[in-house]
Design a protein around this ligand. Structure first.
Ligand SMILES: Cc1ncc(COP(=O)(O)O)c(C=O)c1O
Length: 420
């Protein structure tokens, strides 16, 4: 049997390669930090490069306090629990981390997952059914898209961060008027029972921040719930690191927050949903990734608590990250690079003036790697045509010298390709 199917898979792999979407792993021989030891391509000699493409925003992936907390938990609580949460997989650590997150976000309750992908995957179908509607930003993360696919609620997609488009969708959902959009003119409009608006807090390709304030105002007008995924914001965005919600002065005003511990908050794994008490309780009863997947390892739960403690004790890392980001954004703009404006440590460097933008993004990333700067280029269909880019990600663990080296390498390679 496999001999026949093998051909199909091989053809598919060739197609992926031909469209430039084949993903290759670069093997890192050190811990995750700004100066990493990388072996790429496979079998080649490993070399030191400066890492500008991880989500290690606060540098906690190798932070001594986090590593110590994980070590101590390993010794005291063991390696794993070999159980889902509700059978025999809940330690005081898990409860403490959930409380810590609720306190951080000023929410009523929190539920942990193995990842934010799971948090989003188990959210929608647990809370909404066929009578309900979900309204989702066109550029939301894959985990939100997949979570919504699992849910039987009616689905409306609004144009990215476009409040008029969101309002149109809300009107249709509220009045049940979406029947005019498709076949079914002979049907009576059926207004949605409950409506949930779902958005990323920060969108990972452009680093732009959702209009959380605008979304809340529309939600209030049309009596809808709001869910924000703060994965690219928890710990560092906003005055005290409480994310896009804090940037919009909206703490306590959204119904559900999902986020990850796998980026700024230590970078291992782990996710959560935090929000209204009854909804979190329903998730504990019905959410499938919570009910049918193993509990978070104790070392990760303990490191998560340590990460929130660290943020509360000092603002230094968040400030350092913002200073590094401002420096990099400023220098790159001064050099004449096409940088999407913003404040986020995701800094997309585009090639919009050039017809060969896709090749440029790949060639520049390769040449930067040769200069010791590890960044990744993205092109269509990962991003829209004409918007190929190198997505640089800044960390609090970068020193000023690291940033200056990256800028100097961009300048050298950019001039070589006549991009600046
Ligand atoms: C917006 C958003 N949500 C969810 C996730 C998934 O997070 P995790 O790695 O914890 O599954 C990501 C990660 O890329 C993300 O960017």
């Amino acid at each position: 049997m496999y001999q026949r199917v093998k051909y199909d898979f091989k053809q598919e792999l060739i197609k992926i390669k031909d469209s430039g979407l084949f993903k290759e792993e670069r093997t890192i021989l050190s811990s995750q930090k700004p100066e990493i030891h990388v072996q790429f391509p496979a079998g080649s000699e490993a070399r030191e490069v400066l890492n500008f493409c991880s989500n290690n925003y606060l540098g906690l992936a190798s932070h001594p306090d986090i590593v110590r907390a994980a070590h101590e938990a390993l010794d005291r609580y063991g390696f794993g629990l070999a159980s889902v949460r509700f059978i025999c997989g809940t330690q005081d650590l898990h409860k403490r981390l959930e409380e810590r997150i609720s306190q951080f976000y000023q929410t009523e309750d929190t539920i942990l997952y193995s990842s934010c992908f799971d948090a989003n995957g188990g959210l929608f179908e647990s809370l909404l059914g066929t009578e309900d509607a979900i309204i989702t930003d066109a550029l939301n993360h894959a985990s939100i898209i997949d979570g919504i696919r699992l849910c039987k609620a009616k689905r409306f997609i609004y144009e990215h961060s476009d409040m008029m488009s969101l309002e149109n969708a809300l009107k249709k959902a509220r009045e049940g008027m979406d029947i005019w959009d498709g076949p079914g003119l002979d049907k009576e409009p059926v207004p949605a029972r409950n409506i949930l608006i779902a958005t990323d807090g920060v969108f990972s390709m452009d680093g732009d921040i959702a209009d959380v304030r605008g979304i809340i105002e529309l939600a209030n007008k049309y009596d809808a719930l709001v869910m924000v995924d703060e994965s690219h914001a928890t710990g560092f965005l906003g005055r005290t690191g409480r994310g896009a919600i804090e940037t919009h002065d909206a703490l306590g005003q959204v119904d559900l927050i999902t986020s990850t511990l796998g980026k700024a908050m230590g970078g291992a794994t782990g996710g959560f949903t935090s929000g209204r008490r009854e909804m979190i309780e329903i998730l504990r009863q019905k959410s499938r990734p919570y009910l049918f997947s193993n509990t978070l390892a104790p070392s990760i739960a303990a490191a998560g608590i340590a990460a929130f403690d660290l943020l509360e004790k000092s603002d230094d890392l968040r400030r350092k990250l913002m200073a590094n980001t401002t420096l990099f954004r400023g220098e790159m703009t001064r050099l004449g690079f096409d940088v999407i404006e913003g404040v986020h440590p995701i800094v997309p460097v585009l090639f919009r003036k050039f017809e060969n933008d896709a090749q440029l993004s790949q060639q520049m990333a390769r040449d930067l790697y040769a200069e010791g700067i590890y960044v990744v280029g993205f092109f269509f269909p990962v991003v829209p045509r004409g918007q190929s880019r190198i997505r640089v990600q800044i960390s609090a663990a970068h020193t000023t010298e690291h940033i200056e080296k990256a800028v100097a390498a961009f300048a050298k390679v950019g001039r070589r390709h006549q991009v600046i």
